[in-house]
Design a protein around this ligand. Structure first.
Ligand code: NAP
Length: 288
């Protein structure tokens, strides 16, 4: 239990809507475990109130906050500084106070990379399904891992072209390519990693998967199938991947690790990642 005192420091998450956010569950579990005099609360902030709200959060002494839909990009002009990761992704999910004003980073990149960083990726190929916000963090993560090829697959040619054009800050020429869905059969045989960044397989259609058994059968031996979705667990995408012998990774660890990185940033100390993971699993009714 977090106890509120006169000295309690405020952390939180801004978004709209925000009631669905899982962040308060995992952050408050860690805060209680550490015995820190703080609390993490949801702030529902409508888009038209963003600027006023950010000034208000500064005025009432909020130490830091996470940022979720729809503010991840619109908050950028309101920040005094950004980390190279946030600049590369073009979106911010973690903000903290500095003397100059609010500073922002993107911990989704670190969260995505965390479960992959125990093996070498230099010279390898990744296939990324989808070209939305999460795909941007995945591309930056794959580049950080040293992937030789990052193939982004999407259903809308205009959005794919815009995605390819949007990387001013990262030297991705010759590494990043975009492809229509029909090209998957020629991409998968070279892919040591295939990442689902689409919402296909989420509630209310848990029976759906962006790839079929036939697609998974094209992957080389030892390939990893990584679904950013964390519930249902496993997704149909990961069910099918396992049936063909691929290694299955879901999005829960990314969620936990991006949260842990944010909390470390605010508290300037190591945080209990296991406590955060267990709190989420318990809340979602998932097996540990
Ligand atoms: P987003 O910006 O809306 O992007 C979704 C992408 O999926 C878009 O490229 C969209 O295509 C594509 N897509 C949607 N439905 C499709 C369909 N039926 N067929 C083919 N493509 C389809 O969403 P996001 O913020 O990137 O989030 C995507 C997923 O990642 C969500 O499930 C989210 O929960 C998950 N996520 C997980 C974590 C984590 O910590 N584990 C973090 C972030 C996101 P168009 O561009 O053509 O519309």
């Amino acid at each position: 239990m977090v106890t509120i005192r006169g000295t309690t420091q405020l952390l939180g998450v801004i978004g709209y809507p925000i009631a669905h956010s899982l962040s308060p569950v995992m952050h408050n579990a860690a805060i209680a475990q550490l015995g820190v005099d703080g609390v993490y609360v949801p702030f529902p902030i409508a888009p038209e109130n963003l600027q006023t709200a950010i000034a208000g959060l500064a005025a009432v002494g909020v130490q830091g906050f996470n940022v979720t839909i729809p503010h991840k990009q619109t908050i950028i002009p309101l920040l005094a500084s950004m980390t190279p990761e946030a600049i590369a992704v073009g979106a911010v999910n973690t903000v903290w106070r500095t003397e100059e004003g609010w500073a922002g980073t993107n911990t989704d990149v670190l969260g995505f990379v965390a479960p992959l960083s125990d093996r070498p990726w230099a010279g390898k190929t990744a296939v990324v399904l989808g070209n939305g916000g999460a795909a941007r963090a995945v591309v930056v993560g794959c580049a950080q891992l040293g992937m030789e090829r990052i193939c982004v697959v999407g259903r809308n040619a205009d959005k794919l072209a815009a995605f390819l054009q949007s990387w001013q800050e990262l030297p991705l020429a010759g590494v990043l390519s975009v492809h229509p869905w029909e090209e998957l059969p020629s991409l998968l045989p070279a892919a040591q990693l295939v990442v689902n960044t689409t919402p296909i397989g989420m509630h209310p259609h848990p029976e759906q998967s962006p790839l079929s058994l036939t697609d998974f059968a094209l992957l080389p031996q030892g390939a990893i199938a990584y679904d950013l979705i964390y519930t249902p667990r496993p997704t149909q995408f990961l069910n099918l991947a396992s049936q063909t012998g691929a290694i299955a990774l879901d999005g829960l660890e990314m969620l936990v690790q991006q949260g842990a990185a944010a909390l470390e940033r605010w508290l300037h100390r190591p945080v209990p990642v296991d406590t955060m993971r267990h709190a989420l699993q318990h809340h979602l009714g998932l097996p540990s």
